[in-house]
Design a protein around this ligand. Structure first.
Ligand SMILES: *Cc1c(COP(=O)(O)O)cnc(C)c1O
Length: 450
């Protein structure tokens, strides 16, 4: 006999330890089915998936093309290892990723999450400097931006700069050289908007010039720092960081786990500043939001440093059991096919434009300090004071209250502190975008007052 609805809700509350969730306050929500951009819970209630099931869904749920590709792969084999062997689907995906990635990223290491994609990049960068033909053994450190988020394993948490999540673990972490967050909304005192780019680039240069001899790599989330609260960098920042890391001989690792696969308007965010990093981390949208798969792409120069006889021990001793899983690879290949078949990127500007119209209107609401956007990422920051941009106390959970109110209007969104986030599947329709915006606006009015 199948369990009752009440059993399921109880089991979810009592046995499932939910990610980033205070379980003492948790109210179960069980999504049973999906259709396109709609999620359906165990009671048959329908919600618009306003955060792409945590920033990963691209073409909608139950996409026939992706469903079919997974079934077809399942009829061959579900899993086979990449340790010393491979499979046709994963090899084809590697080739496709190399074709669409920024130039020079010809080598693909597969793992299974964004955090592991970053861990792999860290170990590759470290080992590269130790054993390349002209070794630089002092280059052992990493640089990252303030408020950075690169995942929840210990290496990626070391890179992380969000105190609420990361500070507790400080004694377990390696030391990282921290650069200011290039925030275009909250500027440092005395820095004007016109001078912001120069200021932030100047800070990066100062740190690189002082520390480059011990730096293996600089890690950056290109264009938008997601978990920091969808903080948007000034345009030109990524390009400048690429030029500086070249000049100071420090590897550049681009973490496109959140911004990759069309999210900012181009397939990869790096394209917008004509940047080719030394390593590129991909996850979330790679399978269209279907299955856990990730990839760390690297240049030929990095790959070369790992070649040698077995006895030389230059091998990258790193791997994850399910890395490059063929079902995930099949979903990823189908996801890329759908980009072409449905002209997903060509259809984006109209949606991006519609989102801008809604954000301009919402920006006028009393407690909205900023309504910012990059591609199909929208972020509405609630503040205590519009003029001074004074933040609301995080313990009051204004963002969360707005998102819970939006749920009553049939929209599922998830905040980052006091920032209400829109990150719908790229497949969202204009009508659904209107629904997302109207529900959010109504929720803000209910929670924050007129
Ligand atoms: C989500 C995220 C990660 C971590 O990905 P997981 O698959 O959750 O491990 C890493 N970097 C960025 C920028 C992310 O947004």
């Amino acid at each position: 006999m199948s369990p009752s609805r009440d059993d399921l809700l109880r089991w979810d509350r009592e046995h499932v330890w939910h990610a980033f969730t205070q379980m003492a306050e948790y109210e179960p929500l069980l999504i049973e089915r999906g259709e396109g951009c709609t999620l359906i819970d165990v009671d048959g209630r329908r919600y618009l998936d306003g955060v792409s099931s945590l920033w990963c869904n691209v073409h909608g749920h139950r996409h026939p093309r992706i469903d079919g590709a997974i079934r077809e792969q399942l009829d061959k084999i579900a899993h086979t290892t990449l340790l010393g062997g491979g499979n046709p689907t994963t090899a084809t995906l590697a080739r496709r990723l190399v074709e669409i990635a920024p130039a020079g990223l010809n080598r693909v290491f597969f793992s299974d999450s964004g955090a592991t994609a970053v861990e792999v990049a860290l170990k590759m960068a470290f080992q590269y400097w130790q054993q390349r033909p002209d070794p630089r053994p002092k280059k052992t450190r990493f640089a990252a931006l303030a408020e950075a988020y690169h995942g929840d394993t210990i290496g990626s948490v070391s890179l992380g700069g969000i105190d609420q999540f990361h500070e507790m673990f400080r004694p377990l972490l390696f030391d990282v050289l921290r650069m200011p967050i290039p925030d275009t909304y909250r500027l440092p005192p005395s820095v004007t908007a016109e001078r912001a780019l120069d200021h932030y680039v100047g800070e990066v240069e100062r740190l690189l010039s002082e520390h480059h001899e011990t730096l293996a790599a600089l890690v950056v989330e290109p264009l938008v720092q997601g978990a920091a609260g969808m903080v948007m960098h000034p345009s030109g920042f990524l390009r400048a960081v690429r030029e500086l890391t070249r000049r100071y001989d420090v590897l550049l690792i681009a973490d496109e786990v959140a911004v990759g696969f069309g999210r900012t308007g181009t397939m990869f965010a790096c394209e917008q500043e004509a940047v080719a990093p030394d390593m590129l981390c991909l996850a979330k949208g790679i399978t269209g939001g279907y299955l856990p798969l990730s990839a760390t792409l690297a240049t030929d120069a990095i790959w070369q440093a790992f070649l040698g006889t077995y006895a030389e021990s230059k091998t990258l001793y790193h791997g994850h059991t399910y890395g490059g899983n063929p079902l995930g690879a099949a979903a990823a290949l189908a996801t890329l096919d759908v980009f072409a078949e449905e002209q997903t990127l060509a259809n984006l500007p109209a949606k991006v434009g519609r989102m801008s119209e809604h954000l301009r209107r919402i920006a006028e609401l009393p407690m909205v300090g900023d309504a910012r956007q990059r591609g199909l990422i929208g972020a509405i920051e609630l503040v205590a004071d519009k003029a001074t941009r004074e933040p609301l106390p995080w313990t009051e959970r204004w963002g969360n209250r707005v998102c819970l109110a939006a749920r009553k209007h049939g929209v599922l969104i998830r905040p980052l502190g006091n920032v209400v986030v829109w990150m719908p599947p790229l497949a969202i329709s204009i009508e659904q975008l209107d629904e997302l915006a109207n529900a959010t606006e109504a929720a803000i009015l209910e929670v924050c007052g007129g």
